[in-house]
Ligand binder design. Structure first.
Ligand SMILES: [Zn+2]
Length: 562
C-alpha cells in the first residue's frame, strides 16, 4: 500500500512536470542573480513570463523548459542582478519643460545669472523664464539668493526659480511688480515674503503660501494651442523615457494629475510606468463624491492608471525653515515654522475623507506637523472605526521619538525619500539642533517599531534615479562620498532592505503588495536588470549603476544594448 501511494505520487509528479513543460513563456530571463524580495523564495537564477505576469521563478535549468524556440524572447542576464521594478512612492510627475533652467547641484550663484541670461536671449520679451532645484546651502556663500542676482539680465521677462524643495521661489523685480508685491503687502497665513533687513524691501524670495501671490497677468502666450498641446505631449514622452531608463516601473503621484494625458499615453503604447494619480484632500462631501466617480473609472483593481490618495500639506520644509516644529529653529529662534492649516481644519478634512473610505497622504516634515497628522489619523479611527486605511505620512522627516511607535499602531505608512536625507543633512543639524536629528529620517527606528516604509524621491525635488536613493539609504553620506560612517549611521539600511522598501514597501503603500513589488509566480512582471551587483559593490559604485533592462507587464520597455 505504502509503495502504491509512493508510485502514484511519482506518477502525479511526472504528469505535473510534463504538463508544466508544455506551458510556454513569452519572455524568459536566464543566468541572473535574482533578488526576488519574496521572503519565501529569496533567490533564484531565472524567471519565466507569459503575458503580463510571472509564471515561474527558479533555476536556469528549470526555466529553460518554458522556452518555445523562435517564439520566446530570451534575455541572458549573464550573471547580472535582477530585481523587481522600482516603485517611486512620491513623485510630482508630469510633462518636462525643455526650456527649464536646471540649477541642481549649483555651487556658484553667478551660474544662475549666466543661465538666466542665456535663456532670456532665447526667449521673447514677456515670456516666463522658469527653472530651479537650487539649494542655497550648496552655494559657496551659503546665503539666500536675491532678485539682484537676476534683475540685471532679465528686465523684460518674469523669472521664477524654485528652491529644490519647492517651498521657496526666487523671483525677479518684474514678477514682484506684476504681482503687486511690495514692502507693505500683508504676509499671507502659512507664507513669508522675505525682506531685506536693512531696506525692508522684498528680496525676491517668497515662501510657501506667499508663492500664491504671484501673478503673471501680462505673460505673453507665444504659442498656438496646437503648438502648446504638442509641446506638452513631447514633455510627457520625455518624462516617460526618463522613468523607464531609470527602471522606475511604478509612479505614485503626490496630488493631482491629468488622467486624460495618461489615458492617451496608454492608448498609444507610450505609458511605460504604471501610475497612481491622487487629488487634493478636502472635507467637502460634494467634491469627495466626485472623487468617488473618478475612482470608479480608475479602480484599485486596475494595474496601469489608478486613482491614488488624497493629498494635503501640514507644513513646509526644513530647508526653508517652514516645517512646523514644537520648539523654535536652532538657527532662527524667532520661528517654529508654519502650519498650512489650523489643526481643527485639517482634522475635519481627514475625518470626512476617511469616512468615505479614501486613503489620505499628508505632507509632514516638522515634529509638530507629524504629530498633528498622527492625531488626526488617530481621531479618524476613534470616530469612523478601524479599517485597513493605510493613511500615509508623506516625508515623515523629523518625528518625536515617542511618536514613532504610533505609526505601526495606527497603520500609518511612513512614505520617505532617502535622497532628502543626504541633501538636507548639509543644513539639518544647524536648523534643528542635534537632539531633534535623532528622530530625523529615522528609518531603522521605524522598522524596529514595526513600520513598513515606502520609498520614493519627491521628484522633481530630487532626481528620479533610484540609485541615488539606494546610495542614500545605505550610506547616509553626501553625494561626493565623504569620509566617515555617515550621518546618524545607526539609521542606515542594508542594500537588500533599501531595495525592499523601494519595491515591496511602495507597493504595500498603494495596496498592491498582492500583485507587484516582488518577483513571484502570479505577480506582474515588472523587472529590472542592472549592470552592477548592488549587493556587493563598494559604496562609490552605487550611483554609477545603470539599468540595462526595464520590463513592465512582461514587455521590455527599455534595453541599454549591453
Ligand atoms: Zn512632494
Amino acid at each position: 500500500m505504502k509503495n502504491l501511494i509512493c508510485l502514484s505520487a511519482i506518477i502525479t509528479m511526472i504528469i505535473t512536470n510534463s504538463c508544466m513543460s508544455q506551458e510556454k513563456a513569452d519572455l524568459v530571463i536566464i543566468n541572473g542573480k535574482v533578488l526576488t524580495i519574496d521572503k519565501e523564495n529569496p533567490a533564484a537564477e531565472a524567471i519565466a513570463v507569459a503575458g503580463e505576469k510571472i509564471i515561474a521563478v527558479g533555476s536556469t535549468k528549470k526555466i529553460e523548459e518554458y522556452i518555445d524556440k523562435g517564439k520566446t524572447e530570451v534575455i541572458d542576464a549573464k550573471g547580472r542582478l535582477v530585481i523587481p521594478g522600482f516603485n517611486d512612492a512620491h513623485v510630482h510627475f508630469g510633462p518636462l519643460d525643455p526650456d527649464f533652467i536646471e540649477l541642481r547641484y549649483t555651487t556658484d550663484p553667478s551660474v544662475i545669472t549666466e543661465k538666466v541670461k542665456a535663456q532670456v536671449a532665447r526667449s521673447k520679451p514677456g515670456e516666463a523664464i522658469r527653472g530651479g532645484h537650487w539649494v542655497h546651502e550648496m552655494f559657496t556663500d551659503k546665503k539666500w539668493p536675491s532678485k539682484e542676482l537676476i534683475d540685471k539680465v532679465s528686465p523684460d521677462n518674469p523669472v521664477l526659480l524654485n528652491r529644490a524643495d519647492g517651498h521657496s521661489v526666487l523671483v525677479n523685480s518684474y514678477v514682484l511688480k506684476e504681482s503687486g508685491i511690495t514692502r507693505n503687502t500683508p504676509v499671507p497665513f502659512g507664507g513669508e515674503i522675505q525682506k531685506d533687513p536693512v531696506t525692508g524691501e522684498p528680496t525676491g524670495i517668497l515662501k510657501d503660501a506667499a508663492m500664491d501671490l504671484i501673478r503673471l497677468g501680462n505673460e505673453k502666450v507665444e504659442r498656438t494651442p496646437e503648438e502648446q498641446k504638442e509641446r506638452t505631449w513631447q514633455g510627457y514622452l520625455l518624462a516617460m523615457k526618463e522613468a523607464r531608463e531609470y527602471g522606475v516601473t511604478s509612479l505614485q503621484n503626490a496630488g493631482a494629475g491629468d488622467f486624460d494625458a495618461y489615458e492617451e499615453l496608454h492608448k498609444k503604447g507610450e505609458l511605460t510606468s504604471r501610475i497612481d494619480i491622487g487629488a487634493p484632500l478636502t472635507g467637502d462631501t460634494a467634491v469627495l463624491k466626485k472623487y468617488k466617480e473618478t475612482e470608479k473609472k480608475y479602480p484599485d483593481e486596475g494595474n496601469w492608471i489608478r486613482f491614488g490618495y488624497l493629498k494635503a500639506f501640514a507644513d513646509g520644509s526644513i530647508g526653508s525653515s517652514t516645517a512646523l516644529m514644537f520648539e523654535p529653529y536652532a538657527d532662527n529662534p524667532a520661528t517654529s515654522g508654519l502650519a498650512m492649516w489650523q489643526y481643527e481644519e485639517l482634522e475635519k478634512m481627514v475625518l470626512a475623507a476617511d469616512k468615505m473610505g479614501f486613503q489620505i497622504g499628508i505632507h509632514a516634515i516638522g515634529d509638530k506637523g507629524n504629530n498633528w497628522i498622527l492625531n488626526a489619523f488617530e481621531k479618524a479611527v476613534e470616530v469612523n472605526g478601524r479599517r485597513d486605511s493605510r493613511h500615509r505620512d508623506e516625508h515623515t522627516q523629523t518625528v518625536q521619538l515617542s511618536d514613532i511607535p504610533r505609526f505601526a499602531k495606527l497603520g500609518v505608512i511612513p512614505s520617505m525619500q532617502p535622497t532628502h536625507c543626504i541633501s538636507d543633512k548639509l543644513f539639518y543639524e544647524k536648523r534643528v539642533g542635534y537632539e531633534r536629528c535623532k528622530g530625523t529620517y529615522a528609518w531603522r527606528t521605524f522598522i524596529n517599531a514595526g513600520s513598513v516604509l515606502a520609498f520614493g524621491t519627491d521628484y522633481q525635488v530630487e532626481p528620479l534615479n533610484p540609485m541615488e536613493g539606494l546610495y542614500a539609504a545605505v550610506t547616509r553620506k553626501d553625494r561626493l562620498g565623504e569620509e566617515g560612517n555617515g550621518w546618524f549611521p545607526e539609521q542606515k539600511l542594508t542594500m537588500e532592505e533599501a531595495i525592499y522598501y523601494y519595491t515591496y514597501g511602495s507597493a504595500y503603500a498603494q495596496f498592491m503588495e498582492d500583485r507587484k513589488g516582488i518577483i513571484k509566480t502570479g505577480y506582474l512582471a515588472d523587472i529590472v536588470i542592472v549592470d552592477k551587483d548592488l549587493l556587493t559593490i563598494p559604496e562609490n559604485e552605487i550611483m554609477k549603476t545603470k539599468v540595462d533592462y526595464t520590463i513592465v507587464g512582461g514587455k521590455v520597455v527599455y534595453a541599454s544594448g549591453n
